[in-house]
Design a protein around this ligand. Structure first.
Ligand SMILES: O=P(O)(O)OC[C@H]1O[C@H](O)[C@H](O)[C@@H](O)[C@@H]1O
Length: 284
């Protein structure tokens, strides 16, 4: 069997399914260019998608890999996390030769100008490499004035047992604690664990992290992105979020590669690229 990329519909939304000859697969929605599923084998889903995720045309989808652009969270005047996750992207080039690779694009237009008066092209490239998923976001300034943006790949990683989950690689780094008024907090010198709400921004964070979920191990590498965001809403907040629900916080952690503290500035004609790579290391 060879690799393939096929269109299909999920919850009334046009999507692409990438399949590797070794059985790995990924699904990407044109809505938001959002990766909704990554399976390293047919029965091994690695991403979390909420069973209560919005199915409405213009809504944000809770789970997978939302593309946050051109504003992270409330760090600016725009709607939370910007508009990229709310709009329909266009399918671009596809390649199934070495690794199934799909490109989706969003360019500025009447929908974006009222929100952000800049001329840009965003391109998301999703590649299904052996035991790994590589997602690259490229932003081009196609206008005549410089602009600034913040951005992130807001990855929801599925976990089997939240109390058995730890994230290593950030132990010696201070962070902004968004769950406690963004107060700067000294390095903890222990792996991140998820007991209650965790909402942290690690500025200029290391670019190789490891998520342990009991015996399962996942590598998270970033290039081009400066910061790392770690989020789990905890029980109380999860229960109050309509498209999550009681108990859903037990099924994921977000480990986000972003540039959110100091915005990226692009001169006319300039491009910026950020990559997040998820790699299955070991475990059943
Ligand atoms: O609910 P959303 O708009 O998708 O945002 C979900 C979360 O995104 C990031 O991880 C932020 O750090 C959190 O503060 C936020 O709650």
């Amino acid at each position: 069997m060879t690799h393939s990329i096929e269109p299909f519909t999920r919850d009334d939304r046009p999507c692409l399914r990438l399949v590797r000859s070794d059985g790995a697969s990924a699904e990407v929605s044109l809505h938001g260019a959002q990766v909704l599923s990554w399976k390293t084998s047919p029965d091994r889903e690695r991403l979390y998608l909420s069973p209560n995720a919005s199915r409405s045309a213009g809504g944000a989808i809770r789970g997978g890999i939302p593309v946050v652009f051109p504003q992270f969270a409330g760090r600016g005047p725009m709607i939370k996390h910007g508009f990229a996750r709310l709009l329909e992207w266009q399918p671009g080039e596809m390649n199934v030769e070495e690794a199934p690779t799909a490109i989706l694009e969003l360019v500025d237009g009447e929908q974006t100008w009222p929100l952000w008066p800049h001329r840009f092209r965003a391109r998301l490239q999703v590649s299904l490499t052996p035991s790994s998923l590589t997602v690259q976001l490229e932003i081009l300034n196609r206008g005549e004035e410089a602009f600034e943006f913040t951005t992130a790949l807001h990855t929801y990683l599925r976990v089997r047992r939240l109390p058995g989950v730890s994230l290593t690689g950030l132990e010696s780094h201070a962070f902004e604690d968004s769950a406690r008024g963004a107060v700067t907090t000294a390095a903890t010198h222990v792996p991140v664990r998820f007991e209650g709400e965790v909402d942290r921004v690690y500025p200029d964070a290391p670019h190789a992290l490891t998520l342990h979920d009991d015996e399962r191990v996942l590598g998270i590498e970033a290039e081009g992105f400066r910061d790392t965001i770690v989020w789990n809403p905890g029980a109380t907040l999860a229960a109050s979020i309509g498209d999550l629900g009681a108990g859903e916080h037990l099924r994921f952690v977000c480990v986000e590669s972003g540039t959110v503290v100091a915005p990226v500035r692009l001169a006319p004609g300039e491009r910026w690229r950020g990559v997040q790579r998820l790699s299955e290391r070991t475990g059943a």
